[in-house]
Design a protein around this ligand. Structure first.
Ligand SMILES: [Cu+2]
Length: 716
């Protein structure tokens, strides 16, 4: 306690000292200019595809000012929802498809979630301060954006290297930021500094985020929602005659992160990464070569809210490594299109073991091996052709083939003998006796057409066949005992899950169409999308047993599923001129339904109808917005998992930003009326359930109450 307070005080003092020294130096050196604030610039940057959205610029600057969680930055984008997992590890849902079904990349690099509770998802490895842009490519994502997903791609881009202008001196630039969130006594500090010449550039980025348990509306603390993380990255880049060669390496360290919906908490996550890439343009086209590596050391146990680990608790460790290399080229074609092709190889290795606990009848004498030498290897090749067959038409046709191999070695229960460990001992013997290696041959196809009959109208439609092979946990979590099966649980429902090596890859047949209207001058914009996904062998679950307190034990199982929905976003300029600057009304509405077609049950984690309406105004250095977030009752629940129903709610958020180009201030009040509400995708409040004696039915997780947020950012 005192050491973390000390660390916090030291960091704050450090940041303040840096800010002062930077301010003193600012007279001499040319400073980085912070971009002007403009709340009315909320409609995303134009993209080639009207169904894709990009969160960048002012929208991103405002959202990340006080944020600790990167995936949370895209909450409320059309068709996108985000659900609580840990405070730094939110999981994305694109049009009803969640978690591993969405490919999340950081600068094109993929990361595997090495934890049976999905505590370290790929989006959790980059702090918001390092993010430059997030692209969302739903449903019909091109094969070039990546495979092994059925929902689409969230591509996070970090700060790109800068170089000094030709003939200019060595440039030193950077930013420093601090933030505070009252709802969780959350604090953050971050900064970056670049030393750039004409050819070489070196950038160091660091961030720290900390939060206590947040308060729900009314002031009650929600247990197991605290966290702390340190994030550092160093980028060395070389500007060649044709492109940029860069090496980025870093470390993210989380001393702890509470998981309110899980039986366990993260008690340490230490991850190192390195990305080497070369991006270049030649006379014949573009070349992109990448190699990436990430190692993860992950430890789980109980934080104080769940009883602590003074008497041993339940240690669970995993260790993972991702290794990948890819090469792709793009060749321009005479009609202004391009032919692109790529090859890639990826490998993930994981060990997952639970050390014995001295004095525990159940958790001794052996180490429990959940996954031994787990391996998931993917090799892929893809090709894509973008064409412009007419003035009004463009088309994109792509195919990707992937060969996926998974395997896991022999396992071991806590004990081979004794009544309590009998089910696991039998399951381990059966698991070890069977052949566990599996190979999948996956084919993805994306075919889209875009029609622009006039300057105002764009229509995009198409089909995508997308495939995801089962994760190692879905295939190889073998424990069937009451405790061991409860430890594999990543849906936030606190149910118990057992894997199945015979699971087949899930194959989605996605259809989608998007209409975009933009009035001349951009004063009015409207984008509407409709979509349907039919998923063969969707990895859902089948019931094995009913457990106490309404929990169930499930086995991952292939079923047929279908999802469909509509999402829309729009913006309308209300006024432009004195005395109030520029004003605009913006809105987003999303609606989705999903069904298990074998059982007729609703799919799990379907977002209820959600709308965001904002009134935004900007004038000179000021920008203000009032945002209303409306979420309907969640009555389409998954009966199999006893998914909780949640009530409708409305949240009001007020935000203001000010900048003079050197300093930026963001202030906000979120959940102004301190509404007390349950998160529709939040899962169950296991931390609170356990602390209250684990009696009766578990309650849904409550969302954060009113928060006063403040962030300061300074460029030098
Ligand atoms: Cu974990």
């Amino acid at each position: 306690m005192s050491s973390s307070t000390f660390v916090r005080a030291a960091l704050m003092a450090g940041v303040a000292a840096l800010a002062l020294s930077a301010a003193a130096k600012a007279q001499e050196a040319p400073a980085t200019q912070l971009p002007p604030v403009d709340a009315t610039q909320t409609v995303e940057d134009e993209t080639a595809s009207p169904s894709q959205s990009v969160v960048g610029g002012e929208v991103l600057a405002r959202r990340k000012a006080t944020a600790a969680d990167t995936i949370g930055l895209i909450a409320g984008e059309p068709g996108v929802a985000v659900y609580a997992n840990g405070g730094l590890s939110s999981l994305p849902v694109i049009r009803g498809l969640a978690d591993d079904r969405v490919l999340v990349t950081i600068d094109g690099a993929e990361a595997t979630t090495f934890c049976p509770n999905h505590m370290n998802p790929p989006g959790g490895y980059i702090s918001p301060s390092r993010v430059q842009q997030i692209s969302i490519l739903p449903t019909l994502s091109p094969v070039s954006a990546g495979g092994d997903n059925i929902a689409g791609v969230i591509a996070v881009t970090s700060r790109s290297p800068q170089f000094a202008a030709e003939g200019a001196d060595l440039q030193v630039n950077g930013e420093l930021g601090v933030s505070y969130r009252s709802v969780s006594d959350g604090a953050g500090a971050n900064g970056w500094i670049t030393i750039a010449g004409e050819r070489l550039s070196l950038t160091y980025e660091a961030g720290w985020n900390h939060a206590e348990n947040y308060k729900a509306g009314g002031g009650r603390r929600v247990r197991s929602t605290e966290f702390e993380a340190y994030d550092q990255a160093l980028t060395l880049a070389w500007l060649t005659d044709h492109g940029v060669l860069s090496l980025k390496a870093g470390r993210q360290f989380q001393p702890y992160q509470g998981f309110p919906t899980q039986r366990m908490d993260l008690t340490e996550n230490d991850s190192l990464f390195a990305d080497l890439r070369y991006q270049a343009t030649y006379g014949w086209g573009e070349l992109n070569a990448k190699a990436s590596w990430r190692s993860v050391e992950h430890e789980m146990n109980f934080l104080a809210d769940k009883g602590g680990s003074a008497t041993g608790g339940m240690p669970m460790n995993s260790q993972g490594r991702d290794l990948a290399a890819s090469l792709d080229v793009a060749l321009p074609t005479p009609d202004g299109g391009a032919v692109r092709a790529g090859v890639e190889a990826r490998r993930a290795d994981v060990d997952d073991w639970w050390p014995p606990v001295a004095g525990s009848m159940m958790m001794s004498p052996n180490t429990y091996w959940n996954i031994t030498e787990g391996r998931r290897e993917r090799t892929g090749v893809w090709g894509e052709w973008e064409a412009h067959p007419g003035d009004d038409w463009s088309t994109l046709l792509g195919a990707r083939y992937e060969h996926v191999e998974t395997d896991a070695g022999p396992v071991q229960p806590y004990a081979w003998t004794g009544m309590m460990n009998m089910p696991d001992a039998m399951a381990a013997r059966a698991f070890n006796a069977r052949d566990r290696g599996r190979a999948d041959d996956n084919l993805d196809i994306t075919a889209t057409a875009t029609w622009r009959p006039s300057a105002e109208i764009t229509v995009e439609f198409g089909y995508a066949r997308k495939t995801r092979s089962p994760s190692l946990y879905e295939r190889y979590a073998w424990g069937v005992g009451s405790m061991s099966s409860a430890m594999t649980s990543f849906a936030g429902d606190a149910n118990s899950y057992v894997g199945d090596p015979d699971l087949k890859p899930e194959v989605a047949h996605n259809l989608a169409a998007t209409l975009r209207y933009e009035a001349p001058g951009g004063a009015r914009k409207l984008t509407v999308s409709v979509y349907r996904s039919q998923v063969d062998d969707f990895i859902d679950a089948a019931k094995v047993a009913d457990l106490a307190n309404g929990f169930v034990r499930l086995r991952f199982a292939n079923v047929d599923a279908a999802l469909f929905g509509v999402d829309a976003s729009g913006a309308m300029e209300l006024w432009n001129g004195q005395p109030f600057g520029r004003g605009a009304l913006t809105g987003v509405v999303s609606w989705v339904e999903g069904e298990n077609r074998d059982s007729g049950d609703n799919l799990y984690h379907m977002t209820p109808v959600t709308a965001r309406i904002a009134l935004e105004q900007s004038k000179g250095p000021w920008s203000n917005s009032a945002e209303l977030e409306l979420v309907a009752e969640k009555d389409a629940v998954n009966a199999l998992r006893h998914e909780p129903r949640t009530s409708a709610y409305a949240l009001m958020n007020l935000r203001s930003s000010w900048t003079n180009g050197r300093l930026r201030v963001d202030a906000a009040v979120e959940n102004l009326f301190d509404a007390d509400y349950a998160l529709p995708l939040g899962g169950v409040a296991f931390g609170d359930f356990k602390a209250s004696g684990a009696q009766g039915r578990i309650q849904p997780l409550a969302g954060p109450g009113r928060s006063f947020n403040l962030a300061l950012r300074m460029a030098f």
